[in-house]
Design a protein around this ligand. Structure first.
Ligand code: GTP
Ligand code: MG
Length: 198
């Protein structure tokens, strides 16, 4: 799956521009700057597939990526929370994110990215509440694990699992990743391969 070349398909700014329902989609969601676009690049082995930046608010549309002869599409989302962009724009993409997450029959799993230094925040819980309510399965992926010592990372994993324990649509496992060091990529690829195989 990830040995194939991944390509950009389309960018969507409004719900009516979404591609026709076909195959399956997985989406990468999370606060601005958490590392969504970087993780997609690392996963697909294509450095500049999704645009990344130090500035929160880089990704401003739903960006769809696909590989030839694959039914899977990967969706890079704008972040929620603080972003360096005009308020009108941030409000527009925030509604787009939540509308997409609420109702998309092709959406098989949302990877909910959490900065491993900061843990789950209020707006992450808001997003999870929407997914729980809409019965959209999601799995937490801790990002930037290279910034933590092994003991700190282990504690963050345990703390995160505790928060997830009572959430109905949450996957019971958490994957720690680093796009910088490649940590966790095999686990994440294995999860995705499993989603595609049924
Ligand atoms: P928005 O599109 O603005 O919501 O951000 P995003 O979630 O797509 O984050 P992006 O991938 O653009 O990365 C944000 C910043 O974090 C960049 O400066 C990345 O280089 C950095 N970053 C991403 N992943 C990692 C990681 O695993 N380790 C470290 N140390 N830095 C990372
Ligand atoms: Mg981005």
């Amino acid at each position: 799956l990830f040995a194939r070349p991944w390509e950009f398909i389309t960018s969507v700014k409004e719900m009516h521009q979404l591609p026709v329902l076909d195959g399956i989609e997985i989406a990468f969601a999370g606060r601005s700057n958490v590392g969504k676009s970087s993780l997609i690049n690392k996963l697909t082995g294509k450095k500049a597939l999704a645009r990344t930046s130090n500035t929160p608010g880089r990704t401003q549309m739903l960006n769809f990526f696909g590989a030839e002869h694959s039914m899977l599409k990967i969706v890079d989302m704008p972040g929620y929370g603080y972003a360096e962009a005009p308020k009108g724009m941030v409000d527009a993409w925030t509604s787009l994110i939540f509308d997409y997450l609420r109702g998309r029959s092709t959406l098989r799993r949302v990877f909910s990215l959490i900065d491993s230094r900061h843990g789950i925040k209020k707006n992450d819980l808001d997003a999870m509440a929407i997914l729980d309510k809409s019965a959209v399965p999601y799995q937490v992926v801790l990002t930037k694990a290279d910034k933590l010592k092994p003991g700190q990372l282990q504690r963050m994993k345990e703390e995160t699992l505790k928060v997830l324990a009572k959430r109905p649509a949450a996957h019971p496992e958490v994957i720690a990743t680093s796009s910088e060091k490649g940590l966790g990529m095999d686990d994440l690829r294995a999860e995705i391969a499993q989603l595609v195989s049924y």
